[in-house]
Structures are given as structure tokens and as C-alpha cells.
Design a protein around this ligand. Structure first.
Ligand code: ATP
Ligand code: MG
Length: 400
């Protein structure tokens, strides 16, 4: 029985077959359905070229025509449809130099990284399994398609991918494959950092992160990753039991909490992270520090964005033990907060200026507003103009 998601996606296969072409579900989605795991994206491999696919569907987005990939939209869902292909050499360790479109699936499966990712499934649920991928799924083993040495040499990112699949699935890495990973691990340093970051993030997000981390450590692969290449000791300082972390911002916050000497900016630069990740890491680290010094209080919750609650709780519990802080505690405090941001303050800079008309405008205004904000958040003053003014009269700003 195909899951509901596949039922819907079958339309795409049937439509391609109507035009006398072959089409299969491939890669991670087939693996995940056989493992009864939640399915991520549905990828489709086909004998039709991108140009041919464009004529078969109303809505096609050309995302990577030169690599044979388009996105087909059907009933609000997206399907990545890729023409059967063989890859040329990978001289820049980013993309194959060339791809050649072919008309049968066999060689397309041959270019895939691991046996468990080289399965294809037709519209009836029948599986094509040329490399004993199903057996490896049963035995929970990650093994390269073909000679691992050549496959890792061709694209060393696959070394990181093996680690991240072990972390996601809890699988072992085949001993020969593992030896070949160790032999070629230095090649990781040549890979585009953006590609590495995607795999590293997925590694940390894996349900079996401790298992994946064991491999990362025992193979010494981490010594070839950005930042860790210079400061390899930080890996040994990680908490003994890790929680899976759902974003790179959380990962940086964890590492920075362990070793504050390595700045968040260093992490962000070396891993070429976005500004959003930087902000997330910064906010989580500040919350961590506040917790260390003051425990959980209104100010901590006030400064932490709701979407960072989960990351905060995971990081704190890694340091202080499971269940030390619960997300419900943060939510309870949040509900009782009198204001949610400075904008909610019943008094603003202009009010302050009119209260102290003789005092020269300056940075004291901002400093004083910050003080008021804190007093309101802690419930020491009610957030209404009169009470704030009263309080100000008794606590005039100190201006030199
Ligand atoms: P996820 O569920 O995390 O998306 P996935 O197996 O679908 O896992 P993707 O990175 O989405 O992983 O890749 C889709 C498929 O493309 C893989 O299952 C594999 O068959 C193939 N693939 C991806 N990257 C590589 C690579 N670097 N070398 C060889 N094959 C690859
Ligand atoms: Mg995928």
C-alpha cells in the first residue's frame, strides 16, 4: 500500500507514462516509506527530458534544467522531477562538470551515494533494487553504491552524508565504507562550505545524534570541518548526551556556550551562515548566560523569541540534565508578561523629554527607557502612564 502522499504523487508518474516515458519515485522518499518514517520531499526520476516534462504539465518551474531538474506543481504539492542521468567528473567538488541524460534508470541509480538511497519505486509500489538496498535497510547499514574509495573521491560530501544518515536513521556504517571514509576524510576541506553546512545541520538534527556523533569523533572527520579544524578540542568538551538540535543557530549557540573564546562571529563567518542564524545563535547564547547567572525569570522569557523556546530548553537541559527546564514553564511566564516589546511601553522617549524639558537630549533617554522596560517586565511598575510618571518622579534619571 502506498501512503497517501504517494497516492497523490502517482498522478505525476501516470502523466509521464501517458507520454510514453518511464517515471519512478527515487531516493530518500522510497527509503523512508520502506522504513515507515515520515517522508520528506518526493523525488521523481524519469526518462523524459526537462523540455519534454514542461510540455506534459500545466505548472513546471525550471529550477536546474542544466542538471535535468524541474519542479512539477500538482494540487499544491511540489515534485522534483529529474531526468535519468550519469554525472561527469567533479573537478570543483561542487557540481559534476557535465551531466549526460540517458533513457534507462539503471545507470541513474548507479550514480547515487548509498544503497539505501538507490531504490526506485514505480506507481504500483514495485521496487527496483539493483544494489541490495532493501537488505541494507533491514540490516540498518549505510554502504556506498560501488567502490567507496572512488565514490568518496568523486564527491567527498558523501563522507558527511554517511554521518548524517547514521544520525538520522540510527544505522551503522559498513566497515569497508567506514575505512574508506577515514582514508579520504581530508578531502572534506575542499568542499563548498554551504554544502557542508546543510549536511552538518542535518547531522545535528538527527534523532540518533549521539550515534552520529560517535562516528564523527571516532573517525576524526570533525578535524576537517570549519572552526573545528583550528580548535579540534571543542568536540571533546561537548556534553556527554546531546539533544538533537533543529537549526544551525542552535548548534552555534551550543558550541559557543562550551567555548566562549570562539566567537559567534567566527562560527558564522567560517560556516558562511545567514544573518538569521547569527541572530538566533546570539539570542540563544544570551539566554543561556542569563540563565546561568539568574535562572529562569521574566526578563529571560521577554528577550527570547517564541520560536527559540525549544532550542533554549534543549541547550539548557544538555548542560543541566534532562527535564531541568520545561517549555511549559517558559510559556507560563510568557502569558503573564505585562508587555511583549518596548513598543508596548505606555511611555516613550518624547514623554521623557517633556517630563525633563531642561535636560539636554542624549543617550540617557534610551538608557532610561531600558530601565523602565525592565521594571515593567518584572512587574515592579504597572504599565500605565500615570504610574510610570509617578515612579519616574521618585527615580529621576542620573545625568552628569
Ligand atoms: P532527506 O530525506 O534528508 O532529503 P535524501 O536521501 O532525500 O534525504 P537528498 O539530499 O534530498 O537526500 O538527495 C536525494 C537523493 O539524491 C539521495 O537519496 C541520493 O539518491 C541522491 N544524492 C543526493 N546527493 C548525492 C550525492 N552527493 N552523491 C550521490 N547521490 C546523491
Ligand atoms: Mg530529499
Amino acid at each position: 500500500m502506498l501512503a497517501e502522499k504517494f497516492e497523490q504523487a502517482k498522478f505525476v508518474l501516470k502523466q509521464i507514462e501517458k507520454h510514453h516515458h518511464q517515471a519512478y519515485f527515487v531516493g530518500g522518499c522510497v527509503r523512508d516509506i520502506l522504513l515507515r518514517r515520515p517522508i520528506g520531499d518526493i523525488d521523481i526520476a524519469t526518462s523524459a527530458t526537462p523540455q519534454e516534462i514542461i510540455t506534459m504539465f500545466d505548472k513546471v518551474i525550471p529550477v536546474g534544467i542544466e542538471h535535468g531538474t524541474v519542479i512539477v506543481r500538482h494540487q499544491q504539492q511540489s515534485y522534483e522531477v529529474t531526468t535519468f542521468r550519469v554525472d561527469g567528473t567533479y573537478s570543483d567538488q561542487r557540481h559534476p562538470d557535465s551531466v549526460e541524460f540517458i533513457r534507462t534508470i539503471d545507470q541513474d541509480l548507479l550514480r547515487r551515494d548509498f544503497t539505501i538511497n538507490a531504490l526506485a519505486m514505480d506507481k504500483n509500489g514495485d521496487i527496483i533494487d539493483l544494489f541490495m538496498g532493501k537488505k541494507d535497510l533491514e540490516n540498518k547499514v549505510i554502504k556506498t553504491v560501488g567502490n567507496g574509495y572512488n565514490r568518496f573521491n568523486e564527491d567527498p560530501l558523501r563522507i558527511m552524508r554517511a554521518l548524517r544518515f547514521s544520525s538520522q536513521l540510527g544505522f551503522s556504517i559498513d566497515l569497508e565504507t567506514l575505512d574508506q571514509m577515514k582514508e579520504l576524510k581530508q578531502q572534506i576541506e575542499t568542499i563548498a562550505v554551504e554544502r557542508l553546512a546543510t549536511e552538518f545541520t542535518k547531522l545535528f538534527a538527527g534523532e540518533f545524534i549521539n550515534h552520529g556523533m560517535e562516528y564523527l569523533k571516532s573517525t576524526d572527520i570533525y578535524k576537517h570541518l570549519p572552526v573545528m579544524v583550528k580548535y579540534p578540542y571543542i568536540i571533546d568538551n561537548l556534553p556527554k548526551k546531546l539533544n538533537s538540535l533543529s537549526s544551525f543557530g542552535q548548534v552555534i549557540a551550543l558550541f559557543h556556550s562550551i567555548e566562549p573564546q570562539i566567537s559567534i562571529l567566527t562560527w558564522v563567518k567560517e560556516w558562511k551562515c545567514s544573518n538569521k542564524i547569527k541572530q538566533e545563535a546570539t539570542q540563544l547564547y544570551e539566554a543561556f548566560l542569563h540563565y546561568k547567572n539568574h535562572q529562569l525569570d521574566q526578563w529571560l522569557v521577554y528577550c527570547l523569541n517564541t520560536e527559540n523556546y525549544q532550542g533554549f530548553v534543549k541547550i539548557i537541559n544538555m548542560f543541566y540534565g534532562r527535564g531541568h527546564v520545561l517549555i511549559e514553564e517558559l510559556e507560563q511566564i510568557e502569558q503573564l508578561l505585562p508587555i511583549n516589546s518596548k513598543k508596548d511601553l505606555a511611555l516613550n522617549g518624547n514623554d521623557l523629554i517633556s517630563l525633563f524639558p531642561d535636560v539636554k537630549k542624549g543617550p540617557w533617554i534610551q538608557t532610561y527607557l531600558n530601565l523602565l522596560e525592565q521594571q515593567v517586565v518584572f512587574g515592579n511598575i504597572k504599565n500605565n502612564k500615570n504610574e510610570l510618571k509617578d515612579w519616574i518622579r521618585w527615580h529621576p534619571p542620573e545625568i552628569n
